[in-house]
Write a protein that binds this ligand. Structure first.
Ligand code: E4P
Length: 218
């Protein structure tokens, strides 16, 4: 299973990369808007930190505009993957980019039908938005299970990126569903480390070790 981080914060990406568990990065216009600095420069810096796919999203709504933006974005670094919303124009753009050998990540995916269209168009990645489905009263993870099954049934090579992750349980459920990739906000990566029994265990080990040292001094 690959772990991506879902942020445009260079600080968070540097920190998560230092753990040695990071396989890629996903950004979107909202995440980039939270950061100071020019988006292309930020994306370039991100690519210098993480050696893996870095998703950068187009904002044009028509196929030609999407492809034009994609061609500019891929100049940043060979690891750039073009994030394209799953619309009719988006599907056309994904097809054209895949024919040019440019990897696309079909984003804002909320149904298995959309995920099938992304795969048929040749998307390298598909991003079902789990948290936003949960927020709207659906079980987001059901969608992940469906897509993983459908892609398996037909041998589609498009990789599922479980996106819009809100908590550590989403990560476990994504793994149980067999999703190849999960993209987590920084706070969820931090939560994955935490367990009170680990902290309590370390405290006890150190206290007992101290007893040994004191015995030696007596
Ligand atoms: C996915 O690639 C998106 O960047 C992201 O996961 C959206 O998450 P949100 O629903 O928390 O905004």
């Amino acid at each position: 299973m690959k772990f991506f981080i879902d942020t445009a914060s260079v600080k968070e990406i540097r920190e998560a990369a230092s753990y040695g568990i990071l396989d890629g990065v996903t950004t979107n216009p909202s995440l980039l808007s939270k950061e100071q600095g020019e988006p292309l420069a930020i994306l370039k810096e991100i690519c210098s930190i993480v050696d893996g796919p870095v998703s950068a999203e187009v904002v044009a709504l028509d196929k030609d505009g999407m492809v034009r933006e994609a061609l500019d974005l891929v100049k940043i670094h060979p690891n750039i993957v073009i994030k394209i919303p799953l619309t009719k124009e988006g599907v056309k753009a994904i097809r054209e980019l895949s024919q040019k050998g440019i990897r696309a990540n079909a984003t804002l995916v909320f149904s298995s039908n959309q995920a099938m269209l992304a795969a048929k168009a040749g998307a390298s990645f598909v991003s079902p938005f789990i948290g936003r489905l949960d927020d709207a009263g659906h079980v987001g993870m059901d969608l992940v299970r469906e897509i993983v099954t459908i892609y398996g049934n037909y041998g589609f090579e498009t990789e599922v990126i479980v996106a819009s992750v809100r908590n550590a349980l989403h990560v476990v459920d994504a793994a149980i569903a067999g999703a190849p990739i999960v993209t987590c906000p920084f706070n969820v990566i931090e939560l994955m480390f935490k367990h009170p029994l680990t902290d309590a265990g370390i405290k006890k080990f150190l206290e007992d070790w101290d007893k040994i040292k004191k015995r030696g001094q007596a």
